[in-house]
Design a protein around this ligand. Structure first.
Ligand SMILES: NC(=O)C1=CN([C@@H]2O[C@H](COP(=O)(O)OP(=O)(O)OC[C@H]3O[C@@H](n4cnc5c(N)ncnc54)[C@H](OP(=O)(O)O)[C@@H]3O)[C@@H](O)[C@H]2O)C=CC1
Ligand SMILES: O=C(O)C(=O)[C@@H](O)[C@H](O)C(=O)CO
Length: 289
C-alpha cells in the first residue's frame, strides 16, 4: 500500500471503524438510474474519472448491476487496487446464511477481485426475518478474508441492537438516507453510542429541488462555493461519510473540494430544512430484492 493509501483530498477526514480499519470521509456513489442508465463504456469512463479526481471509496451493490464495470475501471485506473476501497451490498433476494455467501461469491466474480473492503446488508427486510442469519454469514466471510469490514444499510436502532445481541458483533457502518431534508439526528446519535460510522446515501437529494433552497444558496454565496458543496460539507461536519454520485468530471471534482468551514449558525439553518424521507422508503416496511 502506498503512502497516499486511501487519501482522498487533504480537507477530507479519515474514519476509523470499530474493527480498526479506516475509510475516507467521502465516497463515490455508482448507482445510475432508469433513463440515465449509461452504456457500459460510459460508466467505466465515469468511474475512472472519479478515481483520477481523488475518490478512493467506491460504493456499489449487487443490485446495481455494475460490479463488472467497477472492477474494470479499477483495473484500468492509475491507482493500485489496495489503495482503493470497494463496498458492495447483499440484496433482499440473497438474504439468509447460504444466500449471503452466494451473493458475495457473485459480487467477487463480477468485480474480478478476491476480496471487498466493505460488505453491507442492503436492506433489513424485517418481514423475512433473515437479516441475523445474513449477518452470521458476513461475520464468517470476514474471518475468511473475503471481506475486510462488515456493515449494514437502512437498519434502524432496533435492527442494529438485535444483530449485536444475537451475534456479539456490531456493524462497523450503517449506510442510510441522509440529506438536509432528512438529517437523521436520532439515528446518528444511536450510531455514536454504538460506535457505528454513518454513511449517507443520496446526500445531494438526487438533484431534487434541495439545491435551490434559499438557505443553501445564501450560505453557498457567503462561502464562494456551490449549494452542492455546502450540503456535502454539512455531512462532513456532522461526522458522516457522504456518497455523492456524478457522471460529470467537474462536479466530481467540486464534490471533493470542501476546504471551507460552515459556521454553527450555518449548520443549524441547514438542519432546520428537515422534512423527512424524500422517497418514503421506511426500512421497517420497504422491500427490494
Ligand atoms: N444503500 C442504499 O439503500 C442506497 C445507496 N445509494 C448510494 O448513494 C449514492 C448516491 O445517491 P444518489 O441517489 O445517486 O443521489 P445523489 O444525492 O448523490 O445525487 C446524484 C445526482 O446529483 C447530481 N449532482 C452530483 N453532484 C452535484 C453537484 N455538485 N451539483 C449539482 N448536481 C450534482 C448528479 O448529476 P450529474 O451526474 O449530472 O452530476 C446526480 O443526478 C448512489 O450512487 C449509491 O451508491 C443510493 C440510494 C440508496
Ligand atoms: O440505490 C440503492 O442502493 C437502493 O436501495 C435503491 O433501490 C434506491 O432505494 C432506489 O433507487 C429507489 O428508487
Amino acid at each position: 500500500m502506498s503512502d497516499q493509501a486511501h487519501q482522498t483530498a487533504p480537507s477530507i477526514p479519515t474514519h476509523t471503524l470499530n474493527d480498526g480499519t479506516t475509510l475516507p470521509g467521502i465516497g463515490f456513489g455508482t448507482l445510475v438510474r432508469g433513463d440515465n442508465k449509461s452504456e457500459r463504456g460510459i460508466m467505466v469512463r465515469s468511474l475512472r474519472s472519479a478515481i483520477s479526481r481523488g475518490y478512493r471509496l467506491l460504493d456499489t451493490a449487487l443490485s446495481y448491476g455494475n460490479e463488472a464495470e467497477v472492477g474494470q475501471a479499477v483495473r484500468a485506473s492509475e491507482v493500485d487496487r489496495e489503495d482503493l476501497l470497494i463496498t458492495t451490498k447483499v440484496p433482499g433476494r440473497f438474504h439468509g446464511y447460504r444466500g449471503a455467501k452466494e451473493s458475495l461469491r457473485v459480487s467477487l466474480e463480477s468485480l474480478g477481485f478476491d476480496y471487498v473492503d466493505l460488505a453491507l446488508i442492503h436492506w433489513p427486510l424485517p418481514r423475512l426475518d433473515l437479516y441475523v442469519d445474513t449477518w452470521r454469514a458476513l461475520i464468517e466471510m470476514r474471518e475468511e478474508g473475503l471481506i475486510r469490514s462488515i456493515g449494514v444499510s437502512n437498519f434502524t436502532a432496533e435492527h442494529l441492537r438485535r444483530l449485536h445481541e444475537e451475534t456479539g458483533v456490531m456493524p462497523a457502518v450503517n449506510q442510510i438516507e441522509m440529506h438536509p431534508y432528512f438529517p437523521q439526528a436520532q439515528l446518528r446519535a444511536v450510531h455514536d453510542q454504538l460506535g457505528i460510522v454513518t454513511q449517507a446515501w443520496s446526500p445531494l437529494g438526487r438533484a431534487s429541488t434541495l439545491r435551490e433552497e434559499s438557505v443553501l444558496t445564501e450560505i453557498a454565496d457567503a462561502h464562494g462555493v456551490t449549494p452542492g458543496q455546502v450540503v456535502l460539507r454539512w455531512h462532513l461536519q456532522h461526522g458522516v461519510i457522504p456518497l455523492p454520485a456524478s457522471s460529470n468530471p467537474q462536479r466530481q471534482h467540486d464534490n471533493l473540494s470542501l476546504d471551507f468551514d460552515l459556521t454553527g449558525d450555518d449548520m443549524l439553518r441547514i438542519d432546520a430544512l428537515e422534512q423527512g424521507r424524500i422517497w418514503g422508503q421506511d426500512p421497517d416496511v420497504h422491500e427490494e430484492y
